[in-house]
Design a protein around this ligand. Structure first.
Ligand code: ACO
Length: 330
């Protein structure tokens, strides 16, 4: 039995935060943000919306488009670095409850921006081993809850949102997820880090005074490793599958920064019409970035059933991953 990418769904909160809005919050300009990142807008969840609320909306769409009943889902994996609750319960359990699905395997994974590709890898293994039949995978983030809006280098980058997909079965190679690679290098752990609130620096007045509950990033260093790793990763997965960029219908990279995507696309000779770009609209939504981009291309009529997608991602950890998957929503 092979695993297949059966459907996509996404949800974007309604509150827009434009570059012009940031000019009133920190010392920055629309021009700087556009030039250095390609970002023009991002969406921010309402104060009373949790990550699971965003995930629930995206999951409902993905399930409906798959034609499955909720009761046919036998696993839920939520990739997030902004879970509803610290430690427990998992956001996947909360989502299961909101969807009315009980007696289901449900858990979160933490692989930052690479989370969706990591979840895809686990779902593929579940399905191909026969352990599960229909796995709901979700990338969902309320990054506004860990962004420091006093720090101009990071706050302008991130937005909130969610994307979801159903991974089911097929017996046809041309409908299947061909390959998924995931990897990590913990020696770069301090490039992207939320230092406070975990067992190293439990929540305390000191953590709050030093603003350690917020995400910190070494932007320049991350940028360089991102370009090199993403390029290497794509070359690797294409070579292993005896393919070239010509075999790919859409290259769907993590939407962190237009300059990173542009540099990687040029190194890999991808024509611009094959590169999926949503970073201007949504900013970096971490684990939600790739499924939101897939959904955007599907809803705009560009991504069609049978198309071969090449996913490529990179994030805190550092983690990275790539995948070759046919889009098999019928
Ligand atoms: N507005 C205006 N000026 C700014 C801003 C801002 N928002 N932010 C920084 N600057 C200034 C800096 O202070 C610096 O000024 P100086 O020259 O006087 O010292 C100047 O702009 C250049 O700063 P750099 O940090 O060198 O800017 P750079 O061009 O590298 O862009 C950025 C910064 C956008 C963060 C870039 O490094 C980047 O995108 N890095 C990668 C981030 C990423 O991909 N993260 C991936 C994963 S995210 C995850 O896993 C959750």
């Amino acid at each position: 039995m092979l695993a297949s990418f059966k459907s996509i769904g996404a949800y974007t909160p309604s509150r827009a935060l434009t570059n012009k809005d940031f000019e009133k919050i920190v010392d920055t300009s629309d021009e700087w943000i556009k030039q250095r990142t390609g970002i023009e807008n991002r969406y921010i969840a309402a104060d009373d919306q949790s990550t699971s609320d965003l995930a629930y909306e995206a999951a409902k769409v993905a399930i409906e488009r798959s034609g499955l009943e909720h009761s046919e889902i036998d696993a839920i994996i939520c990739a997030t670095i902004t879970p509803d609750f610290f430690c427990m319960p998992s956001t996947a359990c909360v989502i299961a409850d909101k969807l009315g699905i009980s007696h289901v395997t449900a858990f979160d994974i933490s692989a930052a921006c690479s989370g969706f590709v990591y979840a895809l890898n686990i779902a593929k293994a579940f399905v191909e081993s026969g352990i599960k039949k229909n796995v709901l995978i979700i990338g969902a983030e309320k990054l506004s809850s860990i962004v420091d809006y006093q720090e101009r280098t990071t706050c302008i980058l991130f937005g909130d949102g969610a994307g979801a997909a159903i991974i089911g079965t097929t017996d046809k190679k041309e409908e299947s997820i061909l390959d998924v690679h995931t990897s990590a290098d913990g020696s770069f752990q301090d490039f992207l880090i939320t230092p406070g609130g975990g067992s190293t620096n439990p929540c305390s007045q000191k953590v709050l005074d030093e603003r350690l509950q917020f995400m910190k990033m070494k932007g320049n260093e991350t940028f360089k490793v991102a370009v090199n790793t993403l390029t290497k990763d794509v070359k690797n997965i294409l070579e292993k599958n005896n393919m070239t960029s010509e075999d790919i219908d859409f290259f769907i990279p993590h939407q962190a920064n237009f300059r990173i995507i542009d540099a990687v696309g040029k190194k890999l000779n991808f024509p611009t019409e094959k590169i999926v770009l949503t970073v201007a609209k949504y900013g970096n939504t971490s684990a939600a970035s790739i499924p939101m981009a897939i959904n955007d291309w599907y809803e705009s009529g560009k991504l069609k059933t049978g198309n071969l997608m090449l996913l490529d991602t990179f994030g805190g950890g550092l983690t990275w991953g790539s995948a070759l998957a046919h889009f098999n929503q019928k």
